[in-house]
Design a protein around this ligand. Structure first.
Ligand code: CUA
Length: 437
């Protein structure tokens, strides 16, 4: 026994070192330890919020249990053999290996094959069942399902509502479109057509469903349902270039009544703020929703502590006009939105923007995040984002193509996109964009 303990000592030491190292890694790398240990972070697949994700999680757990069973059986047999047949003396060290007991024994060999097949069948039955389930909305729920189209761009997500038609500034009609925040009614199955305009992206809402690739020239598809109203985090899950890791989005599930209200507001043209309209709106509830935390280079930190603690309430607050709106500043911002050529890439229905290269901004002031879910949509953050988009999202097209223009082989600053040094022009743009509720 002493000898065995002696032999195990280095192994035990390695296990202790590994455990300590892993604990240190967790402590140094993550300030939200409770989320790590409870496995309940905002992008945890283990605390699910809809039937598709729940099925995927259950299937994962069935596989884990089967594998754990195999691990224990194989490990026990291995440990038994190691201990029972270990060399007990000097003579044992040089002895010939014992004869194989099971080789050629039909009982052992057929038993092992039958056992393996049985375990594979245990995994296969729920796998096939869930492939069917996650493939499309169940028959009895099809009638009440809704459709959206999600399109991946480097690096943001566009969401279109094909059944909700709106008038475009150019005179035509198009499906209602939003950027990076998909709002859906809770309890309703949502069919998402997955498209991309450039490279392969992958659509993933860990708590609701996923992940399915958005492939060029291929019509992919998934469905999900949020059990109850809430704010869910989504993420591109396929490497798609420089800013892949910060290509995020949100799904906001509302009660059916709130959803209808949201839809009506979204379908309306952009809000126009004047001194008179502000006076008329004076009695409506206003919010002041601004918080700011300094970030380091390329930080992907999205929210203030208040926002992170309860993003759903934060999102709801964003729906109302902000307190202390300045009609003159907003008007200046609207003019700058044209002069700085923002209009050629962004649509603002009812105002001047007609471009489609970037996200639709008709109601951008009501979104809780900007820059594909990377930054909380506060005035300070929006200011920083407009000032230097490449700082937060390297390689993005607002910078290359808006701020910098390609002349021959060289990127040169676009003189139209030069802002004044004090940032007053950007402040006006921020006021305008935040007025678009
Ligand atoms: Cu899009 Cu990764």
């Amino acid at each position: 026994m002493t000898r065995l303990r002696f032999a195990l000592r280095p192994i035990l030491r390695q296990i202790a070192a590994l455990t300590g190292g892993f604990a240190l890694l967790l402590l140094s790398g993550c300030s939200k330890l409770h989320q790590v240990f409870s496995l309940s972070g905002p992008q945890s697949t283990m605390v699910t919020a809809g039937p598709v994700a729940a099925r995927q999680w259950d299937l994962f757990m069935i596989t884990v249990w089967v594998c754990t069973f195999i691990f224990i059986i194989v490990g026990a047999v291995l440990a038994y053999a190691q201990i029972k047949f270990r060399a007990k003396s000097e003579a044992d060290e040089h002895a010939a290996p014992p004869a194989e007991a099971g080789h050629g024994n039909p009982f052992v060999e057929i038993g092992l094959i039958a056992g393996s097949v049985a375990l594979l069948v245990i995994i296969a039955i729920p796998t096939v069942r869930d492939i069917w389930y996650t493939h499309d909305v169940p028959e009895d729920e099809k009638a009440g399902a809704m459709d959206v189209t999600a399109t991946g761009y480097q690096w943001w997500f566009k969401f279109d509502y094909p059944t909700e038609i709106v008038k475009l500034p150019s005179g035509g009609e198009a499906p209602l479109s939003t950027g990076n925040e998909l709002v859906v009614p809770a309890g309703t199955p949502v069919r998402v057509q997955l498209r991309t305009v450039d490279v392969i992206h992958s659509f993933w809402i860990p708590k609701l469903a996923g992940k399915v690739d958005m492939m060029p020239n291929r019509a992919n598809f998934l469905w999900f349902k949020a059990d109850k109203p809430g704010y869910y985090y989504g993420q591109c899950a396929e490497y798609c270039g420089e800013s892949h890791a910060i290509m995020k989005f949100r799904v906001i599930a509302l009660s059916p009544a709130d959803y209808v209200k949201w839809l009506d507001n979204q379908k309306a043209s952009a809000r126009t703020v004047t001194v008179q309209s502000l006076a008329a709106e004076a009695d409506l509830p206003h919010v002041k929703f601004a918080s700011f935390k300094e970030v380091g280079p390329h930080s992907t930190l999205s929210g203030s502590p208040e926002f992170d603690a309860d993003p759903f309430t934060g999102w709801k607050k964003m729906q109302a006009p902000e307190a202390g709106e300045n009609a003159q500043l907003i008007l200046t911002g609207r003019k700058l939105f044209q002069e700085k050529t923002c209009v050629s890439c962004h649509t603002v229905r009812g105002h001047e923007g007609t471009g489609v290269a970037g996200p639709e901004l008709t109601h951008v002031g009501a979104r809780s995040s900007i820059a594909a879910g990377v930054l909380e949509n506060t005035p300070e953050r929006l200011h920083q984002w407009i000032k230097d988009p490449a700082y937060f999202k390297p390689g993005n097209k607002m910078y290359h193509g808006g701020y910098m223009l390609l002349e021959g082989d060289e990127w040169k600053p676009n003189p139209k996109m030069k802002f004044d040094d004090k940032g007053e022009e950007i402040d006006a743009l921020v006021a305008y964009l935040h007025s678009l509720k």
